[in-house]
Design a protein around this ligand. Structure first.
Ligand code: FES
Length: 578
């Protein structure tokens, strides 16, 4: 037997229950030796590597390369790497939505970290929901954990123009709907938008989550931006493996890194990068696993002071590969340094401030502006409140139309995503460019799974007449790659009987972003009457399995859409339970 048999580390952790611990360890070692391990190897710190590769997931198409590089880093630092799978979620291959599956992946991650013997874990994710799911799982398991992402894809080229998923997917599709490009060109574009493996190359949710995770301190410094297919990406994987061995030795658990101050750092970065609105939901969910509540009013206050300084689509013009060439996240951190808590610990065991100070020197670049000449004077997002959204709604103001930021218009209501799909392009739809499109029942419970349906299409007849943007309001989410004057995450959601469910065609709605308000101009008496007559939607097949669990326990957007029973009380995990 090995020298560590009496310690609660490595192979001895979490023994399977046979009523005889010695036999459990004996059996475990017998099986793993079937793969050729020696006692000497099994005596080393064991570092798990979460493999989320899948033939459905091009965003994780470099997984085996990254696992190889991570293993190298672990072994060079004296550890034993053991890779294991969890589920993989790709945006376009997740019915009904990837958000519906995020909490399932978080449970899978948490339980497999707990169930299998390991002293630390490297979590490899990338595509939108995978990183928050892994952080949520790691937060609850509270074992030393480091996030590695697969990295952004490179850009492609269409007829001489640089393109990349998925802001350009939406832009070209919008042009196709408006009749500006034909069937042949849209087919050509389809071949070019995703030129290789990696996550979406704009400031979508994947890029956003990578950057805020580095800011949170849970990723190797410089780990957010290297492209998926690059030597830098493999070097970060090797470094992540090495760091995981150090973290195991020092028992650097997530609760020592993901503190309230660290979440404020992540929120400042979310505002400065023009990040995806999904970022606020995911950070709320991860914080909720640590027993920390993200205060939306505080987030709003921060947004008045932290400007958007990163020129990436959809708020700007460039791509993630450009941000990497501009120095990556540290270039942003330097500019917003005054807004950061520099004493927060990171996965290196050093502080964020120390990592910023020791990063490669600043140089002239054209992606990150200084904070005196920002792309947008305020943070990318604003939280709206009012009688239409008593617990809040979000607008990505940096990607909205300036002339619609204060707007009053007549509501055109769609009762569900199906209703929207059926009617939005009908010639006889009573709609003008000054109206406000309202989508109900597309929230966490309503859809279910809070799809990215908030980016409602401009009705075809208006699009054909050249209308590019309208005020759109829903309890849904929006892809970080989309843009427009779009109010999202209206809470409480309509399927819970929130005020959004009470809006009717012709009601007047007023959006005032500078005042942070959203108002339904209907009297309380009329709203009370509508509330009494309201019939909430009932989903088919909701009485079994994961769907039942989801519908019964998912929380609203202001709580991160986590399951209520997974949110933590502070410090609810003891070392013995790990
Ligand atoms: Fe995976 Fe965009 S679809 S990151």
């Amino acid at each position: 037997m090995g020298k560590n048999d009496n310690a609660n580390t490595g192979m001895r952790k979490g023994l399977t229950s046979y009523g005889d611990a010695g036999f459990s360890l004996f059996l475990r070692k017998a099986f793993i030796k079937g793969m050729g391990f020696t006692d000497s190897a099994l005596d080393r710190p064991i570092i798990g590597i979460i493999d989320t590769g899948s033939d459905y997931n091009a965003c994780h198409g470099n997984m085996s390369d990254l696992i190889d590089a991570t293993k190298r880093g672990i072994m060079l630092a004296g550890g034993l790497p053991i890779a294991f799978p969890t589920i993989s979620i790709h945006e376009s291959f997740s019915h009904p939505t990837s958000m519906y599956l995020r909490n399932l992946m978080a449970m899978d991650t948490e339980e497999m970290i707990r169930a299998q013997p390991m002293d630390a874990v490297v979590m490899i994710g990338g595509c939108d929901k995978t990183v928050p799911a892994q952080l949520m799982g790691a937060a609850s398991a509270n074992l030393p954990a480091i996030q590695l992402v697969t990295g952004p894809m490179r850009t492609g080229s269409h007829r001489g123009e640089k393109v990349g998923a998925c802001t350009d997917c939406r832009r070209f599709w919008g042009r196709y709907r408006a009749g500006e490009i034909d069937d042949q060109e849209i087919a050509e574009v389809n071949d070019k938008l995703v030129p290789g493996t990696g996550t979406c190359g704009v400031m979508g949710t994947a890029s956003t989550m990578a950057l805020v995770t580095e800011a949170l301190g849970m990723m190797a410094p410089g780990g957010a931006t290297p492209p998926a297919v690059s030597a830098d990406r493999r070097r970060i994987a090797e470094r992540s493996g090495e760091l995981a061995v150090q973290m195991a030795a020092s028992d650097l658990t997530p609760d020592k890194i993901m503190t309230e101050k660290a979440f404020e750092n992540a929120l400042s970065v979310l505002l400065a990068i023009g990040g995806s609105t999904n970022g606020i939901i995911h950070l709320t969910a991860v914080a909720g696993r640590m027993g920390i509540k993200i205060d939306l009013d505080r987030f709003n206050e921060m947004g008045r002071n932290v400007p958007v300084i990163v020129d990436l689509k959809p708020s700007g013009t460039q791509y993630m590969e450009d941000l990497h060439d501009a120095g990556g996240l540290v270039t942003v951190l330097r500019e917003i340094r005054d807004h950061l808590h520099l004493d927060c610990t990171t996965v290196t065991g050093r502080t964020l401030g120390e990592e910023i100070d020791d990063a490669p020197a600043r140089f002239t670049q054209n992606v990150v502006s200084d904070n005196k000449s920002p792309l947008y004077a305020e943070g990318s997002m604003a939280v709206l409140r009012g009688n239409l959204a008593p617990r809040g709604a979000i607008i990505k103001q940096s990607a909205a139309s300036p002339d619609l930021m204060v707007h009053r218009g007549r509501a055109v209501v769609f009762k569900s995503i199906e209703d929207l799909t059926l009617r939005v392009d009908q010639d006889d739809l009573d709609v003008t460019k000054d109206d406000v499109l309202v989508l109900q029942n597309a929230g966490p419970k309503g859809a279910p799974g809070m799809p990215e349906a908030g980016y409602m299409p401009i009705p075809k007849k208006l699009a054909a007449a050249g209308v590019k943007d309208m005020v759109r309001i829903s309890d849904a989410r929006m892809s970080g790659t989309a843009s427009g004057t779009i109010v999202l995450h209206v809470t409480p959601e309509s399927a819970s009987g929130g005020p959004l469910a009470l809006v009717r065609d012709g009601d007047e709605i007023e959006l005032n972003v500078p005042d942070r308000s959203i108002t339904l101009h209907v009297s309380d008496e009329v709203l009370d009457k509508r509330r009494q007559e309201l019939v909430l939607p009932v989903h088919a097949n909701s009485d079994r399995g994961y769907r039942k669990l989801f519908l019964e326990t998912v929380t609203e957007a202001d709580l991160g859409c986590d399951f209520d029973f997974l949110m933590a009380q502070p410090a609810d995990t003891t070392a013995d339970e790990r």
